[in-house]
Design a protein around this ligand. Sequence first.
Ligand SMILES: [Fe+2]
Length: 459
Amino acid sequence: MPNSTRSNFWVPGGPTELPARLRSSILDLKDGKLFFMDALLGVDLAEEDPHLKAPEGYNAAQQVHIHQGDYEGRAVIVSWLTQEEPGDSKVYYGQVQGEEKTTFVTGETYSYSFYNYTSGFLHHAVISGLEFDTKYFYTLGSGNITREFWFTTPPESKLDTSYTFGVIGDLGQTADSLSTLEHYMNGSGQALLFVGDLSYADFYPYHDNNRWDTWCRLIEPSAAYQPWIWTAGNHELDFLPEYGETIPFKPYTHRFHVPFRASNSTSSLWYSIKRGPATIIVLSSYSAFGMYTPQYRWLEAALRNVDRTVTPWLIVLMHAPFYNTHSEHYYEGEPMRVIFEPFFVEYKVDIVFAGHVHAYERTYPVSNVKYDIQNGQCTPEVNGTAPVYVVIGDGGNIEGLSSPSTRPQANFSAFREESFGHGVFEIQNYTHALFAWHRNQDGVKVAADSAVILNQFFS
Ligand SMILES: [Fe+2]
């Protein structure tokens, strides 16, 4: 198996005697003996690793990342942290590199505590009124420790526009995570669709939030230059009531700001943006989604408002997948599928990206909307008029790869593999897109799996 050295050994008594950390890597039952793979577990990069280190200089801006700041794509949220003092929270920006800039916006500064941890000063500043398809440079800090970055705004949304999204999930901060990140940065992605489970700080005692800081430094080389479109996963819950931490998503919502109000959402955990030829809908697997709930009502309205002649592509992001043939997290997404899948079919969603399962899997267009408890028709139907579902929770985190898949392979499953990697969704025009999955062990240009995705609305 790539990216890990497998060593199998027998465990008397079976999985119930295993520590929780190892239980997730059960391999197989062979000759009446239970084998599992200890080496499938990842190891986080040391805090001293150069990729996790803070930049030099007193109060230097660190952990810089950006997000689209409005619904249309003409605003950017710049987020960063200063450790020693709040500083002035200003972002200077302009179209000329290196030039001293006079135009600026001032952000808002936050801090939060989590058990025995207190964060540095978290800044979020919104730059708005930007031109489409334009490169901007921005500067953070003052004196001799200013740091300059850049981003390019998306093209204006219209029918025949091309744009390339990257897709990563369940990244963590291991050597495999770094490999995924570096491969992605060597590719052509212009914005990243991130499908949840970010730092895995909750793997540490008291969910050591210093590991949120190291993770935000790890991703800065990409996330400071292009938006990472966030989706919350279960590792963002950070729910630790026995230590007084009773507010779910506390570190996540303090560190990552998204323009949820711009799409009439009442929560940063579900929202929508237009970006070039696509409308992206982000859902929360860990918030209420039943009929009448805020997320349900919002999704119904958000889908109704999409104009496919302006954004021909409709992409949905979530963490727990609807379709997954790996034994890990099998059917965890089923309750939400029952509620939301009819919307996806009715509104002709093109592709759904999810994470959670630490493997890659792509389905054929598939639906299971005919099921009800009386008719018993619960077999997913492969047909051309339903979304393609992609599981891509194989970013490379400390929990390692998924257990092997269920057998036989379900008829709706087109390709699946337990390897670390990332995806690229290249929208070529209003009818055709190309999805490719890149394994980390292959060269950057090699696609281990690829498929032409036909637009559901126009095909
Ligand atoms: Fe997860």
